[in-house]
Design a binder for this molecule. Structure first.
Ligand code: HEC
Length: 157
């Protein structure tokens, strides 16, 4: 609760500040806007996942995840073997963390479509199909234990 209150008040202060200046947003505003986006602006809350949660969908999601997401999130979605994960700003989160898992399926799809600007999390709209993205959302609900799938092999060559 306290944390949420702090985020809210920082957002309000920064909106106030941004309103009085005609300069482009600085580092401070960008960072605050990023967290505002996380907590307040991630849209699509109510959209339902059109895919059934079954073994086939999970396997499809795992396949797409392994192609497009492992470079930053690791094979297990928990950054295992990703050497720079903690050095990105903000760092790459574990996809099993409560902060990520508390999003609805619709919100996760929104994050995948649009990415999180201005961090390193890219948007995939137009690169992956809706079905691939929804299957990744299903897979993200069933991530394996940390480390159980090994490390992305391209960092070990
Ligand atoms: C180039 C590195 C990179 C790639 C590729 C990448 N991500 Fe991310 N991802 C990040 C970073 C960095 C963050 C932290 C963003 C932030 O907190 O602002 C993140 C955050 C997330 C979040 C949490 C967002 C939030 O609001 O807390 C989810 C969910 C996610 N990524 C899923 C994926 C999926 C699924 C894929 C593949 C389709 C993917 N990412 C590809 C770097 C990446």
């Amino acid at each position: 609760m306290i944390r949420r209150y702090l985020v809210m008040s920082t957002v309000l202060v920064s909106v106030g500040l941004a309103g009085c200046k005609a300069t482009p947003p600085g580092k401070y505003e960008s960072r605050v806007m990023a967290s505002a986006k996380h907590h307040l602006l991630v849209g699509n809350k109510k959209q339902k996942n059109p895919l059934a949660d079954n073994l086939q969908t999970r396997a499809d999601g795992k396949g797409a995840f392994t192609h497009y997401c492992v470079a930053c999130h690791g094979m297990d979605g928990q950054n295992t073997g990703v050497p720079f994960a903690d050095h990105m700003s903000p760092p790459v989160p574990s996809l099993t963390s409560p902060e990520v898992q508390q999003y609805t399926d619709g919100q996760l799809k929104w994050v995948l479509d649009n990415g999180i600007w201005p961090s390193g999390m890219p948007g995939s709209k137009g690169i992956l199909s809706d079905d691939e993205l929804w299957s990744i959302v299903v897979y993200m609900r069933h991530l394996p234990p940390a480390g159980s799938l090994g490390e992305p092999d391209f960092y070990n060559r």
